[in-house]
Design a protein around this ligand. Sequence first.
Ligand code: C5P
Length: 210
Amino acid sequence: MKILVNAGPTREKIDPVRFISNHSSGKMGYAIAAAAVKMGHEVTLVSGPVTLPPPEGLKKFISIVSAAEMAEMMKKEFVYADLAILCAAVADYRPAHPENQKMKKKEGNLFLELERTEDIALSLGKMKKNGQLLAGFAAETNDLEANALTKMQKKNFDFIAANVVGVPGRGFGAEENAITLYKADGTKKELSLKSKKELAEELLEELLKK
Ligand code: C5P
């Protein structure tokens, strides 16, 4: 099977030395890509800037920086994928007018105008053909189930892996995670707290179940 995974944060340029980003470590997506390789699949990983080495045995590793670059590469690669798993924490907004020279500090407050980035998951959901599967993640601090189910429907996902963020030892940057996997057929599966490596294997088994 051809599996496409994205992982890590994106960086949105303010000026040549500054950017807006988030705390995504890429660990969950890299663990999923590594587990998929181990299971014998052809894996392409599109990654934002992280400190992890790319898993061995990937078919393709694509390194990107911004949400716009992530969108371009994901749309290009999705055409060939049987399953795409969207783990990247894509920035929702970027500076509307990035500066080409380093901004000088001035007296008083600074107001930065932000514009929306492309919702890559939404675009892929619209592109999705019969036989292709799309799985997304929902990192939520509250109303996990309701938010996850709304997102799955809106983005045309076949699965959504929902996890709580803002709890120490889980989610962003942590070694372990717990997930509730909701399926478009209305069923759900609890994947209890364990290492991201083990969780990745369990998650893939669920996604690939006939
Ligand atoms: O709407 P929200 O960002 O919470 O949804 C999370 C899911 O959407 C994740 O799978 C994430 O990778 C994806 N996403 C995306 N492009 C964005 C924002 C989120 O693909 N601009």
